[in-house]
Design a protein around this ligand. Structure first.
Ligand code: ATP
Ligand code: MN
Length: 536
């Protein structure tokens, strides 16, 4: 009786619940399809990339975990009040992982129109074959010209390939294609497949030679490959998580191999393309240095440590002693390998002292640290008084601030291009030393000059948005490096420091704009319409 008297109402309740559940499912399915299409469909490669990087998602949207991102919208993008007013966001797609990096690089701000390249905008050029045979012609003496005959070694050195390159670029090894692709405006074209081939080449080619590089203060080696490519090696000296001792001056800090690697990725993500490609590699110090080196100053410094690891220290000014050994485990050592720039004889470079160079002294201050209107003087001094040199320097200060590099005493340019060219951002080994502290003085050029390229500013803003967040882009980009399989190239603490520092840069530009009129250097003509509503 009791059962029967409750039967009908219970059935109605069940029916009602079923209808409600069906409606909810339909609404959910509709929402998922229409609004979250890009989030729901995750690229198949994600799970593999996450296992390689071993990402700890404590502080970030875990792009590596499809389950956790696929059914709810990222909260920060929903909160973003500028979503409907900022045209930049019309290009924003909520994607994660490798696709997000690709989406960033496909954004119009990373594909701004470039002036058409003229013949003298290329650093090197191949000689026409008629020039090679036409001995005595004036063009023969052109320093920047390469001719096929240079590549044919008369005496075949052991292990080296016989060069069979012709003027057909498909016969060229990646390092040569990289050299031939350098222009007045950038070191490499991000979309050129040469870049991927070059990094793969550096990471995998057999090492035939290893000698110390002269010049500079810390140990560096030049490694040679079978088809005459070379790379600049910086070794791992300390664990990735070791923070620079607070009592060490910037000029005493160790150089870090992972800083060289991360700086290349950061520079590329900022859209500069001014750092030679760098990859990480595990090398065998016995077979790939000790047994092949012809450098006696280097080979003399090898020894076996008390626990049986093979170590060496080389000869240089800083940290080349038994107390600072570079040790394999027992043979394997992590290193960074940077693609070498063309030989100085083919493409001479000019070294410029940075106006914001530090004093490199325990006690002295540089002029820019004492004079609040220092930039007024710089602005009137060639080459900073015209062209893009000042804003180029400010781009470099932003890059250095983001990675905490206080060691930018000089920068270089290719002599061929005079003053109208990009700045090479070489030597980044002292970046990424501290994540817990930001060094405001690195931003002095921006703070004192209150000037920035519009394209740089717009890209920085883009990188502060969810979906394109700088830390996420860096994590994804660094996961492509071979050493990411050993451990993430930058710890999460360093990655979040990047976002924090980026916010500081944007805040500084805002403060400048509140006080000055001519903060923006307009370099995005023709694209202004698209960003009309972008506040600057
Ligand atoms: N990828 C490269 N290809 C060719 N030359 C390079 C490359 N990177 C650096 N160099 C050259 O080697 C020199 C020394 O390198 P780097 O600056 O990294 O060493 P360093 O020991 O930090 O020097 P310093 O102590 O003077 O700062 C640079 O000034 C530059 O001219
Ligand atoms: Mn240095």
């Amino acid at each position: 009786m009791v059962k029967r008297s409750f039967g009908l109402p219970t059935r109605n309740i069940y029916l009602g619940l079923a209808c409600l559940s069906l409606t909810l499912h339909l609404v959910l399915a509709f929402f998922c399809l229409s609004v979250l299409q890009t989030v729901c469909v995750l690229p198949s490669s994600l799970s593999s990339s996450s296992s390689v990087t071993g990402i700890n998602a404590q502080h970030h949207q875990p792009f590596s975990s499809p389950a956790s991102t696929s059914h709810k919208p990222p909260t920060s993008s929903v909160k973003d009040e500028t979503h409907t007013v900022d045209p930049i966001l019309t290009h924003l797609k909520e994607v994660r992982g490798p696709d997000a990096l690709e989406a960033l690089f496909n954004h119009p701000l990373y594909n701004l129109p470039q002036p058409e390249l003229q013949e003298d905008d290329w650093l090197l050029k191949l000689k026409e074959s008629k020039d090679v045979t036409d001995k005595g012609s004036e063009e023969e003496s052109e320093e920047e010209a390469l001719d096929d005959s240079q590549w044919q070694s008369a005496s075949q050195e052991e292990g080296y390939d016989r060069a069979t390159w012709t003027s057909d670029t498909t016969t060229h090894p990646p390092w040569l294609r990289f050299h031939l692709g350098i222009t007045r405006w950038e070191l490499y074209n991000r979309k050129d497949p040469t870049l991927v081939q070059l990094t793969h080449y550096l990471a995998t080619q057999q090492i035939l030679g290893a000698v110390q590089k002269t010049g500079g203060t810390q140990l560096k080696l030049i490694m040679s490959f079978p088809n005459y490519g070379q790379a600049l090696l910086k070794p791992m000296r300390q664990s990735r998580d070791a923070e620079t001792d607070v009592n060490l001056f910037y000029f005493s800090d160790f150089e870090r191999h992972n800083a060289e690697i991360a700086a290349f990725h950061l520079d590329r993500i900022l859209g500069f393309n001014r750092i030679p490609p760098v990859v990480g590699r595990l090398i065998n110090v016995t077979t790939e240095i000790r047994e092949i080196t012809t450098d006696h100053r280097l080979s003399r410094t090898f020894f076996t440590s008390p626990v049986g690891n093979v170590c060496f220290y080389g000869q240089c000014e800083y940290y080349c002693s038994t107390e600072h050994p570079l040790c394999g485990r027992p043979h394997e050592l992590e290193v960074s390998l940077a693609a070498m720039l063309p030989d100085l004889e083919l493409a001479p470079r000019r070294s410029w002292r940075s106006p914001w160079r530090r004093a490199y002294s325990r006690t002295k201050l540089a002029q820019w640290e004492k004079d609040p209107v220092y930039c007024d003087t710089v602005k009137q001094t060639p080459p900073y008084n015209q062209g893009t040199r000042l804003v180029d320097l400010i781009d470099m200060a932003v890059l250095d601030y983001l990675m905490g590099n206080m060691d930018r005493h000089h920068y270089e340019t290719f002599e061929k291009f005079g003053n109208e060219t990009f700045l090479l951002h070489l030597d980044n080994g002292r970046g990424f030393g501290r994540h817990s502290r930001d060094e405001p003085s690195i931003l002095a050029p921006l703070q004192q000059c209150c000037r920035i390229r519009r394209s740089t500013l717009l890209r920085l803003r883009l990188l502060s948005r969810s979906g394109f967040r700088l830390s996420d882009m860096m994590r994804t980009s660094l996961a492509q490096d071979p050493l990411a399989a050993v451990a993430p190239l930058l710890s999460e603490l360093h990655l979040s420091a990047l976002d924090r520092r980026l916010a500081t840069v944007l805040q500084m530009v805002q403060t400048c704009q509140n006080q000055h009129d001519d903060v923006i250097y307009h370099d995005t003509e023709g694209y202004d319409k698209e960003y009309d509503q972008q506040p600057d």
